[in-house]
Design a protein around this ligand. Structure first.
Ligand code: GLA
Length: 725
């Protein structure tokens, strides 16, 4: 049950659901001052005096009531620069006379029973929203707070409106700022690179500013748009954690600042590197939404709140909790070098196994036989397919499967018809060679005509053929922050305008084809962010499908994204990248921890492997509802030891499935017990694999020791079934 309460007498706002409270008040400063975010409490707190932060000569200011306050000590909900507050500012507005000081004052609030969307940007659905207005003579800033009823998550964003008669420049506009109680904290973030995404880094937070960011024009794998701040004693299921995620796919920054007095605050939003936005009189600027999570149950509790927020309130509803296709994708088996015969062999090999969708990857269009050509020309290469696309689709259908197709809509190769017709449509800086990556340039999505052209071209292919699934790739970061269509004074808008254009493009294609499942991809998980999940229910987690690497990548990604969004495929052994030789059934067990598929040459499978696939798929389908709608508990971290283990438990505690992988078989290395989670301590469960029936408490607190076979990357799956009825 969600409630937003305002106390007129103390000018205090309370947002609460059954488990958490977020509170702030309008203090002497005339600005919203943070009071609390955490476990649900009563309505007693009011804005108070703050210690002056140990400063020798603190800057003091006088409030409208004649009270003196110290701006640098106030835990503002929005920090503003150059008025004696030295925290990271959340908003910098520059006027044409050069001034950057903005003295805003609270003027009023509104409550929405239904959360309004953020114009032009993806955002959470559902919940209730509080908006408060802060005004100066010519600028109105609106802070939005939305609270959900089924998880410890709150969404925040900011709107800036120019109500004056002259244009101003916004040099920074973050989405949120949150002070957390003084304490000793660690930062937890996800760093990496393509094929090594979502690596967990946990470091003590020292004085100064710790930043995770991207300046790449997309979110990227180097730093994910996520940061957690946790009590230094917090563990997987214990301790206080604050988690922050951005529903944004462009350059971002999230910062944790520890000030001299020991106070810690977190803020973030669009990266202000190479950003400035010209706001004309009457115009508004909306920041992306940030998701703030509180957990008193460690990192696991934080993850489960993110999972619920994204699964139930972000991912397109029609797919969120529905069974997903099980695909066979040809990429790892063929790369560009496929023939009609080869493709048909792969389809034949998958037919009748339970695999239900064939996905034709890169190389089917234009002159696309390697990375240097063809992107931008979305016309079927019938010579390479040995017939029309409809012929191929009919063949797939005749084998009882549906059809999916790969696109990389945002890009263009110089060697393409599109580039020859519209060289100015690529992002580029005048008089400079545009920088190529993977042989390609980025189309300028800040231009509506480019967005329209791409939408028409992709929709033409999709509508002209029976396509059920689209893999939407994006294989490079942006480098050129320059659009030939924008005037000089607006060039620093290019990156953000590009992202707005990307979202407009998604709307034009995804909304027009509501029955198609779109899977995101960016050289694997280089754009695994909440902005993408608003449009696409799942994302290809990594091009690295080696089991050893995948235990870490999947474990790390689950920190802030639901496993139901993590596309995972069974690929060949030895692995194409790492050459590790791993058991077929173990590869399946790990790949079946998210929406799954196969990506290997099914024509080359052994008789035993072929016979195993239907059984693997039955097992996956049986646990799929848990992946879609159950709770995830991480039990053993591959970042800390030799075992990956996690468990999905049904919300009604009727069952659970535990999967463990021992990465290296070290002769005679002892195996530690694992402690299942999410069962009802007082109910009895049958461990299907051994036939033992025990109370949930016994399974969870006494643990269970997996019997690994003596081989590398052995996987064990344990089913805990309700034994009470
Ligand atoms: C990226 C994707 C791969 C594949 C190739 C095709 O690397 O991550 O899965 O689609 O592009 O070029």
């Amino acid at each position: 049950m969600v409630a937003i309460i305002f106390s007129e007498s103390s000018r205090t706002f309370w947002l609460e659901n059954g488990t958490v409270t977020y509170a702030f008040g309008i203090g002497e400063s005339g600005m919203p001052e943070h009071l609390y975010f955490g476990k649900k409490i009563g309505h007693e707190l009011v804005c108070g005096d703050y210690p002056s932060g140990g400063e020798a000569q603190p800057i003091k200011r006088e409030s409208e009531n004649g009270m003196v306050f110290t701006p640098n000590s106030v835990p503002y909900e929005l920090h503003l620069p150059l008025g004696g507050d030295y925290s990271e500012p959340g908003l910098i507005v520059r006027r044409d006379n050069g001034s950057r000081r903005l003295d805003l004052r609270y003027t009023g609030y509104r409550i929405f029973e239904t959360k309004p969307p953020v114009p032009g940007l993806p955002s959470l659905r559902d919940g209730q929203t509080l908006q408060i207005d802060l005004e100066a003579a010519d600028i109105r800033v609106t802070l939005s707070y939305s609270i959900l009823d089924d998880c410890n998550a709150l969404a925040r964003n900011m709107r800036i409106e120019n109500r004056g008669t002259e244009a101003v420049s916004i040099d920074r506009a973050y989405s949120f700022s949150l002070p957390v109680p003084d304490g000793k904290y660690d930062t937890v973030c996800l760093h990496g690179m393509a094929a090594q995404e979502a690596q967990i880094q946990r470091l003590p937070l020292g004085y100064g500013i710790f930043t995770v960011d991207s300046k790449r024009g997309y979110s990227g794998a180097v730093m994910n748009p996520f940061l957690a701040i946790c009590d230094q004693n917090a563990g997987e299921e214990t301790g206080t954690v604050y988690g922050f995620g951005l529903i944004y796919s462009g350059s971002f920054a999230i910062k944790a600042q520890k000030k001299a007095a020991g106070t810690v605050s977190i803020s973030g939003g669009i990266n202000d590197f190479d950003f400035s936005w010209r706001l004309e009189p009457g115009a508004c600027f909306d920041t992306p939404e940030a998701v703030l999570v509180f957990s008193e149950a460690g990192l696991g509790g934080m993850s489960r709140s993110f999972h619920t927020a994204y699964r139930s309130h972000l991912i397109p509803r029609r797919f969120a909790h529905a069974p997903r296709p099980i695909v066979i994708n040809n990429w790892e088996a063929t790369r560009f070098a496929f023939t009609a015969e080869k493709i048909r062999g792969i389809i034949d090999g998958a037919a009748g196994t339970g695999i239900d969708t064939f996905v034709l990857d890169d190389g089917w269009f234009g002159i696309r036989n390697d990375i240097t050509s063809g992107l931008g020309d979305w016309e079927v290469n019938e010579a390479k397919l040995g017939g029309s696309l409809d012929d191929l689709i009919a063949y797939v259908h005749s084998k009882g499967m549906r059809f999916g197709l790969w696109f990389e809509p945002e890009m263009v190769n110089r060697n393409s018809r599109l580039y020859h017709m519209h060289p100015d449509w690529a992002l580029q800086t005048p008089d400079e060679e545009p920088v190529e990556a993977r042989g390609q340039l980025v189309l300028d999505l800040s231009r509506p005509e480019v967005v329209d052209h791409i939408a028409d071209a992709i929709n033409h292919v999709i509508r002209g053929h029976a396509i059920d699934y689209v893999k939407w790739d994006c294989n490079r970061a942006l480098s050129e922050g320059y659009s030939l269509a924008l005037p000089p004074e607006r060039q620093k808008e290019t990156f953000h305008r590009h992202v707005l254009g990307l979202y407009a493009l998604f709307h034009k294609i995804v909304d027009a084809n509501p029955d198609i499942l779109f899977e995101g991809c960016a050289s694997g998980g280089s754009r695994f962010d909440a902005g993408i999940l608003y449009f696409f229910p799942q994302i290809w987690t990594s091009d690295n499908t080696d089991m050893v690497a995948r235990t870490r990548i999947q474990y790390g990604t689950s920190l802030c994204y639901p496993p139901s969004a993590m596309s995972c495929h069974v690929t060949a052994s030895p692995n194409r990248r790492a050459s590790h030789i791993t058991p077929f059934e173990s590869r399946a067990a790990l790949a079946h921890q998210g929406p799954t598929g196969y990506e290997l040459d099914t024509a080359k499978l052994s008789v035993q492997e072929k016979a195993a696939i239907p059984l693997q798929i039955d097992a996956y389908r049986e646990m799929e509802a848990l992946i879609q709608s159950g709770d995830l508990y991480r039990l053993a971290s591959p970042f800390e030891g030799n075992v990956f283990a996690q468990m999905f438990a049904a919300r009604d505690q009727s069952r659970g499935v535990l999967t463990a992988v021992r990465i290296l078989w070290n002769y005679n290395e002892p195996v530690s017990p694992l402690y299942p989670r999410g069962l009802n301590p007082e109910r009895r469960y049958l461990l299907r694999e051994t036939g033992q029936i025990r109370l949930g408490s016994t399974w969870m607190y006494a643990g269970v020791t997996p019997c690994f076979q003596n081989r590398d990357c052995d996987a064990v799956t344990l089913h805990f079934d309700n034994a009470d009825d």
